[in-house]
Ligand binder design. Sequence first.
Ligand SMILES: Nc1nc2c(ncn2[C@@H]2O[C@H](COP(=O)(O)OP(=O)(O)OP(=O)(O)O)[C@@H](O)[C@H]2O)c(=O)[nH]1
Ligand SMILES: [Mg+2]
Length: 241
Amino acid sequence: MLIEGDQHHANVLFVRLCLKKINKTHQQNTKHSAQVTTMAGHVPCEEIKVKLILIGEVGVGKTTFAMKSESGLFIPDLQQTIGTSIHSHSCSTAHEGESPSSSVKFVIWDTACSDKYFAPSPMFYRNADAALIMYDVTSAVSLQKAKDFWIERVQHFTPDHTLMALVGHKCDLEGLRQVSTVQGHELADREGLEFFETSAKIDLSVNALFLKLSELLLAHGLEERIKHRDAASKPSICSIS
Ligand SMILES: Nc1nc2c(ncn2[C@@H]2O[C@H](COP(=O)(O)OP(=O)(O)OP(=O)(O)O)[C@@H](O)[C@H]2O)c(=O)[nH]1
Ligand SMILES: [Mg+2]
């Protein structure tokens, strides 16, 4: 028979035993999940930040494209951009089953590209690692403007190493197409640019574009360039003795 004090001790002991068992199970689970993490190859790797600028006529879909790449959402009928907004998109270059070799974070600069007089300032282009010159496949005028103005402008204001791509956007609107894939491709080839066709609405080639860009950037010495840039931007330390 248990008297009151004994009953209390028995209860405490029981609770302790339960806690010990819970802790042990938790430790086993944690150990197991750590192994799974390692086996799945989720080894953390350093993130490389790159500046990507979006250029192209009013209404070609620059902001919608940027928001799609950032959030995965297609947000229709956005207001015309005034000033500059920044978005981001991260991707790793790992293929299925491999551990990520590099992770690239695109800092996406989107701005108003109204016309010659309200065109982006040289600041916008400065230190761009990559530039997307966008046109709307349903507007031949937007391709013509890319050809006559925006490509030249990007070439003029960006560093030599900037990776440039021509992007035919709104490819979901097949019935309204004014620019064929061949026409876009020909212009890109003539100017030495990469070429993509995308749609934010039906999620066509948005992620694939970023993956391809990161592979190209890494293949063309991005990591080395970023290291030099970081080193150059660090303030030098002077010792006063
Ligand atoms: N069908 C279709 N419409 C799109 C797509 N992307 C954008 N749009 C539409 O195109 C219009 C213009 O898109 P915006 O993203 O504002 O274009 P923008 O280039 O940023 O325009 P500005 O800021 O004025 O220079 C909006 O009505 C969008 O909903 C797309 O992939 N498919
Ligand atoms: Mg915009």
